[in-house]
Design a protein around this ligand. Structure first.
Ligand code: NAD
Ligand code: MG
Length: 321
């Protein structure tokens, strides 16, 4: 019989079992347009009903709004604490970056208050390429270890765009002190550069979460938001790909999400969702993938359109070389 529930996948050696589609809560902070409290609640309710158990937020998303809205929703729905996994972040704020032990320790308490939780499952250093990586290694990660011992967080992670930041940190920290890596925009149809790093991450015992399967809106029919950092060439190629799918009666977002879900070494793929319709579409895309597989023909056509911009990315953070 065809599965009617989302796959759960193990996150590295954490013992956490995550729904393969994770709920990216940045849209709840209104970063992709306004979302009312009622819509937010309906989204989170539908996500949980459909088997999504993983929610990712940050104090930076909507300048604390995402955490507050997510906390309100989880409380209103009265979900048992062991039935969902929450990750939030530290070090990136509306007033800039601060990865000091003092700030991240205080910031976690503020996040817990907004989320109305006693602990978060994962606390991740947010976009570390904007910080001093040696400070991350020598000060931030040790501070997070203390929070782990205190029971305020269960696991420690790092996030960011350039892939070199992950090897830099993981080569220098105590083994086992970083449990999770969250990589975004490097495992989607237009950019697959994370693939080469997966064996290394596995060898370090680090669980992998990917984000932005739709390349932060590039791989959608409506296109990316104004602030999207891609080059005009990359934007144009993705627009052409989306149009091509539409002409063929296919949906580029569905294809893009399915593509990111195909590698089961990635525990969960975070998609930003701000409507019940998007939640339902994304879960349906994942179920269709496990039941009948993906549409090979349209994937090849889209890959061909995107070939000239394959693996094209954009600068992020302090330029180191
Ligand atoms: P995304 O690729 O998931 O794109 C989100 C956009 O696509 C939004 O506009 C959303 O409304 C739209 N969308 C979602 N489902 C759709 C569908 N079925 N059809 C059409 N449009 C659809 O990018 P994202 O939101 O940037 O990433 C997802 C999540 O990953 C974030 O919310 C965040 O939790 C996490 N993330 C973390 C980092 C980091 O830690 N540095 C970076 C990027 C993303
Ligand atoms: Mg982010």
């Amino acid at each position: 019989m065809a599965p009617s529930k989302l796959d759960r996948r193990q996150l590295g050696t954490t013992g956490l079992s995550l729904s393969c589609v994770g709920f990216g809560a940045s849209p709840l902070g209104n970063v992709f347009g306004h979302v009312s409290p009622e819509e937010a609640l309906a989204c989170v309710r539908r996500a949980l009903d459909l088997g999504i158990n993983f929610f990712d937020t940050s104090p930076y998303y909507g300048l604390t709004v995402s955490e507050t809205v997510l906390g309100n929703c989880l409380q209103a729905l009265g979900v048992a604490r062991d039935e969902f996994v929450v990750s939030t972040k530290c070090g990136r704020y509306g007033d800039g970056f601060d990865f000091s032990a003092e700030r991240v320790t205080k910031s976690l308490d503020e996040s817990l208050a907004r989320l109305k939780l006693d602990y978060v499952d994962i606390l991740q250093c947010h976009d570390i390429e904007f910080g001093d990586l040696d400070q991350i290694v020598n000060e931030t990660i040790p501070a997070l270890q203390k929070l782990k011992k205190a029971g305020k967080i269960r696991f420690v992670g790092i996030t960011g765009l350039p892939l070199e930041i992950f090897t830099y940190v993981l080569d220098r920290v105590q083994p086992g002190s970083v449990d999770v890596v969250l990589s975004y925009c490097h495992y989607s149809i237009n950019d697959t550069t994370l693939v080469d790093l997966l064996p290394y991450l596995k060898s370090k015992g680090v669980g992998v979460i990917t984000a932005s399967p739709l390349a932060m809106g590039l791989l959608t029919e409506s296109g990316p938001p104004e602030w999207h950092p891609a080059s005009s060439e990359l934007k144009a190629a993705c627009r052409a790909a989306a149009l091509h799918c539409k002409e063929k009666g296919k949906n580029i977002s569905k294809l893009a999400l399915q593509y990111s879900l195909m590698n089961s070494e990635v525990a969960s793929v975070l998609v930003g969702m701000n409507s019940v319709k998007q939640v339902e579409e994304n879960v349906a895309a994942a179920l269709e993938l496990s039941n009948t597989g993906h549409d090979e023909q349209i994937l090849h056509e889209v890959e061909a359109i995107l070939e000239p911009v394959k693996n094209q990315t954009w600068p992020s953070g302090i330029q180191r070389s």
